[in-house]
Design a protein around this ligand. Structure first.
Ligand code: FEO
Length: 403
């Protein structure tokens, strides 16, 4: 069985030796509906080097792929670009097996690995701008703190013009086709956007500087090799992802309003429908999402290129509806920017939910585009008209914001 797992040639002396996780559907709260890959790479330099490892249960798959080109015990250097356990989970076992001469990580990576594995193994810290010799080649490092962990760094192999970008420029997409030019463009775009929205958005303000720093490396990138999803080896694919990262990081408002809500007895649903009609009437593009039918990570993805977030919830036991609590808590953590919004919802007697949603919108710095609407039990015509007008107000505000 082991022999079926082969290394895949990426360039003259670099091979992909990662693993494909076809089955994962939840990645710490992110819905990985198309699975993922954990990418690791072997550099067949004088000093054979392993860049990153894989999630612990996939160790044997990685070792088998390595063994298809070289005896794993010949690895003399391991580079850990990122300590999160999808890339470091089997690192202690690999170190024990391979007994490499050196293991490198960023300054924070050394600490983070130690905090994870509590091992005695000495890890050598490297800083931004530092290079190490692999014998006949050189690899240099750039720390990318908080993209998306404090330890994150990327590595550049100048001889092959390959950027090992760890989580950056990646996506959760299991595929037997390992290169972006072999995969449908729409699928690539959508999964890359989802990854950015759910993983990198809280630190989006750091992205332009990172792209600038990559530019300052003064190198012609020929290959971008992330730790998840397809490898980019054409100039068009590299340009595409860099441009999209710059665009997504900007979070420039569009005329799109995302209306998220849940409902108990259809009252808040009716209000949502009227609001959506109002947004549409004012020329805005509306995306209604009833939260019992969509995943929080898909809401985050929709919000990436939106200009408005409108949120609705009935009051249940003095609180927001559970699905609304879940999604609002998740969205707040992702820190989306440049949004306008509003809150609405029905209630029976106490009606706290709307006030609670307003509080979260305020914490998220979402500018209120109109007065929130509450409705006792079931909306009448007058209430639905108010909802319609609130939608129009939001749509108008969007129009003004994108002028
Ligand atoms: Fe793919 Fe942040 O780990």
């Amino acid at each position: 069985m082991k022999e079926v797992f082969k290394a895949v040639n990426v360039s003259d002396c670099v091979y992909w030796v990662g693993s494909i996780d076809w089955d994962i559907r939840d990645f710490h709260g992110y819905s990985t509906s198309r699975g993922t890959t954990y990418n690791a790479y072997i550099i067949l330099a004088d000093n054979i080097t392993l860049v990153d490892t894989v999630k612990a249960p996939f160790k044997e798959e990685m070792l088998s792929r390595i063994a298809s080109i070289v005896d794993p015990k010949e690895i003399s250097i391991i580079i850990s670009n990122h300590s999160e356990m999808d890339h470091s989970g089997c690192l202690p076992e690999i170190i024990e097996l391979v007994e490499p001469e050196q293991v490198y990580a960023s300054v924070m990576g050394v600490k983070t690995l130690s905090n994870h594995f509590h091992f005695d193994r000495e890890i050598t810290a490297v800083k931004s701008g530092e290079s190490i010799s692999l014998g006949n080649m050189e690899i240099s490092f750039m720390e990318t703190r908080m993209l998306h962990w404090p330890d994150s760094m990327i590595s550049y192999l100048s001889e092959e013009k390959i950027l090992f970008s760890q989580d950056a420029f990646g996506m959760h997409l299991a595929s037997s086709e390992l290169f972006a030019d072999e995969i449908d463009d729409v699928l690539l775009h959508d999964e890359a956007a989802k990854y950015f929205a759910n993983i990198l958005l809280p630190y989006a303000n750091l992205i332009p500087k990172t792209i600038e720093k990559i530019g300052k490396l003064n190198v012609d990138l020929e290959i971008v090799a992330p730790d998840h999803g397809p490898i980019r080896r054409t100039q068009a694919d590299i340009k595409e992802i860099l441009e999209h990262y710059a665009l997504w990081a900007e979070q420039k408002p569009t005329n799109k309003a995302v209306v998220i809500y849940d409902t108990m007895w259809q009252s808040t649903h009716l209000m949502a429908r009227a609001i959506c009609e109002g947004v549409g009437d004012s020329g805005g593009y509306v995306k209604p999402m009833q939260l019992s039918t969509v995943h929080r990570s898909d809401v985050a993805t929709e919000l990436l290129d939106a200009g408005a977030l409108i949120v609705g919830s009935p009051t249940i036991n003095n609180n927001m509806f559970p699905t609304v609590v879940d999604v609002m808590s998740y969205l707040k953590g992702l820190k989306p920017k440049n949004l306008v919004g509003a809150a609405f919802g029905s209630y029976g007697w106490s009606g706290e939910a709307v006030r609670q949603m307003e509080g979260i919108l305020d914490e998220m710095n979402v500018e209120r585009a109109g007065e929130s609407i509450t409705c006792k039990y079931v909306p009448d015509g007058e209430t639905l008209e108010r909802c319609f007008n609130l939608g129009k107000q939001v749509g108008q505000k969007l129009k003004n914001n994108i002028k």
